[in-house]
Write a protein that binds this ligand. Sequence first.
Ligand code: PHB
Length: 391
Amino acid sequence: MHTQVGIVGAGPAGLLLSHLLHLEGISSVVLETRTREQIESTIRAGVLEQGTVDLLTEIGVGERMKREGFVHTGVELRFDGQGHRIDLSDLTGGKAITVYAQHEVIKDLVKARLETGGEILFGVSDVSLHGIDGDSPKIRFIQDGEQREIACDFVAGCDGSQSMCRSNIPEDKRSQYSRIYPFGWFGILVEAPPSSEELIYAHHERGFSLVSTRSADVQRLYFQCDPKDSVDNWSDDRIWAELHARLDTAEGSQLNEGRIFQKGIIGMRSFVFEPMQYGRLFLAGDAAHVVPPTGAKGLNLAVGDVVVLSRGIAGFYKSGSRDRLDAYSHIALKRVWRAEHFSWWMTSMLHRFPDQDAFQNRLQVSELNNVVNSRAAATMLAENYVGMPIG
Ligand code: PHB
């Protein structure tokens, strides 16, 4: 088997890269260890930056997102029992975010790839890379019990936060930067209409919580918890009591309760792997960097990476020059580090740390007050939240 670009991983990065390359007339094969059903049902975050929305629309995969996604022109910061609206559109010259779940984006991308003759091999195993420092790398894997091999010009490692691909970069050629946060998020899906028209990021002495949405009858709610806690310790009654304690304001409660049909705990970390390339291997998305979910940047960073990467690969096939490809990591990392900082900053400002004392609590509230009262500070948040330009 031969293809121009072998792509490991059918997450947002791998699928979108495959489609962008297809639009440039470049062939690719996507390898995925999970099944199509698994990738299309894994619950992840759901905030798309303006640039992500524009890109998906431009390349013809934004139709359902336009119909079913929710455009939000503002976001609420809640602290000291009071809500404050950040007017994203006013502060960014008309930009907004769209709430549309990541697995819905995955479904749209898989459909678009399959309709345009794209090759996605689901359920493969034992994927390994060979010869990435030469001119003709190969990917070996097992499909239906048989050993197979793809020869390609380039390999894209889009295989997520536990990436196998990145371990192929020699240790003396790479650096890793990371931060593990001493808390996690307890996430639930609830059968009830949205409690709020916009997302609410709430600071509270008991810990952070977030009100998000999925549809006219499903809400997505989160609250900060011990990362080692178990969902079994949280009855529905206990969850609602905790959410009320953190979200009710002086005016009372606006929380719409309903049947909780999914519960899960996610860990929180920041991670960057540098450089994002070596020889003929290019990393994109979570394989190269992870952000805590507070800034809602994960999927959007993957999009930025593969836009830059697809331009570099297309430039190579058009001109024979590797110049743009060689600059990939350098260009992508600027946007990555901006999002890393923003996500860390939002996380630090809004969460309760285990050793936090009253002094630190006052500092957080003061910073939040500054963000909602200073147009300059609010603009900084809004610009980062709707997303920095790509490339
Ligand atoms: C979500 O809707 O899942 C969501 C929204 C905003 C975040 C993280 C997750 O910052």
